[in-house]
Ligand binder design. Structure first.
Ligand code: ATP
Ligand code: MG
Length: 429
């Protein structure tokens, strides 16, 4: 029976493996085949004087990246990877790979990101790339588990919608029979409606679509958002929750992904809590002092300001109490100073990781704020109605899964954290 390659130790007597031919080194009387599966690599050594004709014939004909099944005894060999090697008694080519390969899996030849993404199935055979997605999977599992333990209900909301969440131009129109429709920018309105439905704590991990035209290393046109909404909570409650979520993700990766982190050569550690919380006003002050630019109250924190703040604040910090004017209509202003709202961003020196807020739960105020943004309440009818029939106070946030993984693993480009990225130029594979 087949066993994972990583399970073979120098003490193993014999094994059957199925994997890809990672590398071939033929030295004449002796040939080494490195065989790889998801778990690891083993050397299969053929001593031509001792091997059967069938084994020699099959091995000679095989190309790199073909799938092979090999059975035979295992020997402890200090110089071999993992301190052991397999001596093939049988060598069967199950699926032959054509040559040349579109991409060198063994990474002898460096490839551009675009070439790699074009042949993503081969790229992802690389242990380094596979490690990223094993870690990403651990991150989303760990977060989903934590939220389930805390009593969250997992929901799925529509991705085909009639209205924009926040208006604006970041929308992809789609053909939906005779109606005008769009791909959803965020589950915001639907999560809030589920607060009116009495679900109290909801989470959705799903796609969000943004028709942003700019090409940056931290924006995708299709991203994954970890979105939560919590009733009877304020913005500080959900910031505490966000801290637990981030720490849980880092802990899970440190606990369960030691070999993947080693392959990637990174040691993310676990961030210290509590994350500092500074007000927007303080942030503007700190950033203005550090960069040449003069930032005025009400300005968005630009890239330079975010970088300067990061140097001062460290890995993770919150910027809270934003000007109402520059946050979405659903962010709740303070009663005694309505020009400031109960919104926050979770920042990392490289980029924003999450945005959240305590939300407006009063119908009249919400209508007023929608109007103030130049939007029309009529197009939000389905969203506004629940606010007339008992909407509890609530708060929530959206956290970009790719940005979380990207910052955790210090990846240079967000595209490295997505299997098949969608950007301005990329629609296949
Ligand atoms: P940014 O200002 O960095 O473009 P945003 O403020 O437009 O982000 P939000 O609408 O606040 O983003 O979305 C919540 C979170 O979802 C963001 O903090 C980010 O982690 C993630 N996110 C949003 N847009 C994108 C995108 N285009 N690509 C990748 N992640 C995104
Ligand atoms: Mg934001």
């Amino acid at each position: 029976m087949r066993i994972p390659i990583a399970d073979i130790t120098p003490e193993t007597e014999a094994a059957e493996i199925i994997g890809w031919v990672h590398e071939i080194r033929d030295l004449g009387g002796l040939a080494f085949y490195l065989i790889r599966d998801r778990s690891g690599i083993i050397q299969a050594t053929i001593v031509k004087k001792k091997a059967t004709d069938d084994v020699i014939e099959a091995a000679k004909s095989v190309s790199r990246e073909s799938v092979v099944r090999i059975t035979g005894p295992v020997r402890a060999v200090e110089k071999a990877p993992g301190g052991r090697e397999l001596i093939p008694e049988t060598f069967e080519v199950i699926a032959r790979a054509e040559t040349p390969l579109p991409l060198d899996v063994a990474e002898k030849v460096p490839a551009e990101l675009d070439t790699r993404l074009d042949a993503r199935f081969l790229d992802a055979r690389r242990p380094r790339i596979s490690a990223i997605f094993q870690i990403r999977s651990t991150v989303t599992h760990a977060i989903a588990d934590l939220l389930a333990r805390e009593g969250f209900i997992t929901i799925q909301t529509p991705k085909v919608v009639a209205a924009a969440t926040e208006g604006g131009t970041e929308l992809f129109p789609i053909a939906y029979f005779e109606k005008e429709a769009f791909l959803n920018q965020s589950p915001q309105l639907y999560k809030q409606m589920m607060m009116a439905a009495g679900f109290e704590k909801v989470v959705e991990i799903g796609p969000i679509f943004r028709a942003e035209e700019h090409n940056t290393v931290r924006h995708l046109n299709e991203a994954t958002s970890i979105d939560v909404e919590v009733s009877f909570a304020d913005h500080h409650d959900v910031m505490n929750l966000l801290e637990r979520v981030i720490v849980t993700a880092y802990e899970a990766v440190n606990d369960r992904c030691a070999s993947q982190l080693e392959v990637l050569g990174v040691a993310p550690g676990v961030p210290e809590t509590p994350f500092p919380r500074i007000t927007y006003e303080e942030a503007i002050g700190i950033a203005s002092a550090k960069i040449e630019e003069d930032l005025a109250y009400g300005d968005d924190l630009g890239t330079a300001a975010e970088k300067a703040l990061g140097e001062e604040m460290g890995e993770h910090y919150f910027v809270v109490d934003w000007p109402t004017e520059i946050k979405p209509y659903y962010a709740l202003p303070y009663e005694d100073r309505p020009e400031v709202c109960r919104a926050f961003d979770l920042m990392h020196p490289r980029m924003e990781l999450s945005s959240g807020a305590q939300r407006v739960h009063r119908h009249d105020l919400l209508v007023e704020q929608i109007r103030a943004k130049g939007l029309s309440p009529e197009s939000f009818e389905f969203y506004l109605q629940p606010f007339l029939y008992g909407m509890p106070p609530h708060a929530g946030w959206g956290l970009g899964a790719e940005r979380l993984v990207m910052t955790m693993l210090d990846l240079p480009n967000i595209r490295e954290a997505v299997l098949f990225p969608r950007d301005r130029h990329r629609l296949t594979p």
